[in-house]
Design a protein around this ligand. Structure first.
Ligand SMILES: Cc1cc2nc3c(=O)[nH]c(=O)nc-3n(C[C@H](O)[C@H](O)[C@H](O)COP(=O)(O)O)c2cc1C
Length: 379
């Protein structure tokens, strides 16, 4: 209730101002308690339910599979609030070595009638040293010692050596991370996506790994949904050799499905939310069919309810993330998705989440089986 009210008030603000307000509130842990209470009221906290959703993945113990996707907490400020909302893990970033201001405003737009957002933020962030200060402080708290935190890293727009940027940021921040994500898939830094080739990714991975404080820290790669299939498969084929610990599928899309109706649909930038659900799940399913099972996948793109979360898992996601639905619907959805996912697994007689991973090879079929309403999705 409080979450819905706060969200409807926030929607009177421009999208970026609402985002900043949310970060401010979350940095002080000022989040509606409804999600937590909802979980407790609905029995989520009890042993029975927790045991269906918790799992070992990437050498870490996740209490539930739902994470906060990168881009929401770009500067590692909002972890306290995010974990209070019930997320099983949080990915901060994208963080670049040097601070940068990003693209001119306005640069983020709601597409309310499409349940979507377009952003062209352009990696606005305070830089790796500032993030280090915040993360080292947070890691000393009891929440910081308990929770799983990923750090998503990128390159500065004006960098002359982007590979060195990945190495520098991971060297500075890996001591505070449970995993690192190499982001080569944001559409708002010119040329970044061109680094999604096997040879460049292999160079980035080697550079990142050379700077890690712990040899076994997982390093994941986040890919775009706009690659052609042959290039995508070529990258997948080389991933095990490069030492990638997992893949995150997908980032936002530069495509514009015909189904979009919002006045903002032609804004430049990356589209996220419901219109990304089917295509991002298709890339996920394709990756699951090609990669060895020991390489986990994180499914992200258009998750806005428990059925969509379940569909990602059926299509091959070991873990899942969301961003846009939190911004558009409010924080109550976190508890609803986690509890609802548990209920869907129980409905289908699945004893543990890991038994559902990759059970359906076709993305559209996974969305149908999970019960995700298929209006507003497009290919
Ligand atoms: C406003 C906004 C900013 C984002 N910034 C980043 C970013 O800095 N790094 C990144 O890897 N992904 C970023 N993303 C992509 C999300 O992490 C996610 O991959 C994508 O939005 C699909 O998930 P969703 O449909 O649940 O939002 C951003 C998304 C949005 C909406």
């Amino acid at each position: 209730m409080i979450s819905r009210l706060a969200t409807s008030l926030a929607h009177r603000l421009p999208a970026e101002a609402a985002h900043r307000l949310a970060i401010w509130a979350m940095s002080y842990g000022l989040v509606p308690t409804s999600a937590n209470q909802g979980l407790a009221n609905q029995g989520f906290a009890n042993q029975h339910t927790a045991s269906r959703l918790d799992q070992d993945c990437l050498g870490l113990r996740f209490s539930n599979p739902l994470g906060l996707a990168a881009g929401f907490d770009k500067n590692a400020e909002a972890m306290a609030g995010a974990f209070r909302l019930g997320f099983g893990y949080v990915e901060v970033g994208t963080i670049t070595p040097k601070p940068q201001s990003g693209n001119p405003k306005p640069r983020v737009f709601r597409l309310s009638s499409d349940a979507a957002v377009i952003n062209r933020y352009g990696f606005n962030n305070d830089g790796a040293e500032q993030a280090k200060t915040r993360l080292s402080k947070w890691r000393k708290t009891s929440a910081g010692q308990r929770h799983i935190l990923g750090v998503n890293i990128g390159a500065n727009k004006d960098s002359l050596d982007r590979i060195a940027d990945y190495a520098a940021t991971s060297a500075i921040l890996s001591p505070y991370a449970d995993y690192i994500t190499v982001n080569v898939s944001s559409p708002n830094t010119p040329g970044l996506r061109d680094m999604q080739t096997p040879s460049i990714l292999a160079e980035i991975m080697a550079a990142v790994k050379s700077g890690l404080d712990r040899a076994h820290l997982p390093v994941l790669i986040k890919l775009a949904p706009d690659m052609n299939e042959a290039d995508f498969l070529a990258v997948l084929e080389r991933l095990p050799d490069m030492g990638a610990s997992g893949v995150i599928l997908t980032n936002t899309t530069i495509s514009r499905p015909d189904s979009l109706t919002s006045p903002n649909k032609d804004q430049q930038g990356g589209l996220s939310g419901a219109p990304l659900l089917l295509s991002s799940t298709q890339w996920l399913a394709l990756a699951r069919s090609r990669l060895p099972k020991h390489i986990p996948l994180i499914g992200v793109g258009g998750i806005d309810n428990a059925a969509a979360a379940y569909a990602k898992i059926l299509a091959g996601a070991n873990l899942i993330q969301l961003y846009t639905a939190l911004a558009l619907q409010g924080s109550h959805i976190i508890g609803e998705i986690i509890h609802g996912l548990d209920a869907l697994l129980a409905r289908d007689g699945v004893k543990h989440i890991t038994d559902a991973v990759g059970q359906v090879t076709d993305a559209a079929e996974a969305l149908k089986m999970s019960g995700r309403i298929t209006d507003r999705i497009s290919g």
